[in-house]
Design a protein around this ligand. Structure first.
Ligand SMILES: N[C@H](CCC[C@H](N)C(=O)O)C(=O)O
Length: 279
């Protein structure tokens, strides 16, 4: 049976399996099916997503990110922090490194135990604020594309929705083509004070609430800033820990966008490539 080394990592409880694919060890595999199997909790290692580190001609490495349902995502903020830590530990990148994604090139920095990701500037016009909800014009949502699509709702108390009800509510938005034709991640946020928000995220591709979402935290902090509720730096309290977002709003762009938080290796070993699991 073929074996491939992996590390299991998490950033604020958003967990990932990371595999070094620079030598194309995954070449003959149906990646979508493989990812779905390996990410299945109880029957396999289980994770919110899986990342392959590959060679790049334009950056230190390429990150390929897959959600647990086997779909390939353009970008993942917490995944990026984990793969940057992985690259650092493997000697692939130094304290500062660049990596390629389906959404362009990003920069990662090792900051003691934390990892910081710098996002490219986002045009102000790409933030759609105060959009009336398609089926209820009294409800407003905010939308941004921060590598992946994010819908944001601001509420007084985000803990009022029980987990089951939160998921049911989020699914109605996640698949709503009037909001985003390719589907959207869904964030519910609460403003705590000028520099802090609380967040819950339902993730597209995981099809569940996750403990944290880096791009969701980034989109939500910036949207809160554009709405005038907070100013940078913003501490985002997720269910799995704190993410810190910094940004600068100028006339046409949101610039100097950084996402920072922990990136932890919890296990490493060998994956049995042909191990069959129920998916
Ligand atoms: N957990 C991720 C988001 C993954 C994106 C994925 N859910 C999609 O939209 O394909 C993050 O930390 O940014």
């Amino acid at each position: 049976m073929r074996k491939v080394p992996f590390k299991k990592m998490h950033g604020c409880g958003n967990d990932f399996i990371v595999i070094d694919n620079r030598e194309s060890v995954m070449k003959s595999f149906d990646l979508s099916h493989f990812v779905k199997s390996v990410c299945t909790r109880r029957f396999h290692i289980g994770a919110d997503g899986l990342m392959l580190l590959e060679k790049s001609t334009s950056a230190d490495f390429k990150m390929r990110y897959f959600n647990s349902d086997g779909s390939e995502g353009e970008m993942c903020g917490n995944g990026a922090r984990c793969i940057v830590k992985y690259a650092y530990l493997m000697g692939i990148g130094g304290d500062v490194m660049t990596f390629e994604t389906l959404n362009g090139i990003y920069e990662g920095r090792i900051r003691n135990e934390n990892v910081q990701i710098k996002f490219p500037p986002i045009p102000i016009q790409d933030f759609h604020l105060h959009q009336p909800f398609p089926s209820d014009e009294n409800v407003f949502y905010h939308f941004a594309w921060v590598g992946v699509p994010h819908t944001v709702f601001v509420e007084r108390n985000i803990d009022l929705k029980q987990d089951q009800y939160f998921i049911q509510w989020a699914r109605a938005i996640r698949y709503n083509p009037a909001i985003c034709t390719s589907g959207t991640n869904v964030n519910l946020i609460e403003i705590c004070d000028e520099n802090q928000i609380k967040i819950r995220t339902y993730e597209r591709g995981v099809e569940d609430e996750t403990l944290a979402c880096g791009s969701g935290a980034t989109a939500s902090a910036i949207i809160s800033g554009l709405l005038g509720h907070v100013s940078s730096p913003v501490k985002v309290h997720t269910k799995g820990g704190i993410l810190t977002i910094t940004f600068r709003i100028t006339e046409d762009y949101v610039q100097d966008i950084c996402l920072e938080g922990n990136a932890v290796v919890v296990a490493e070993g060998e994956l049995l490539l042909e191990a069959s699991v129920r998916v």
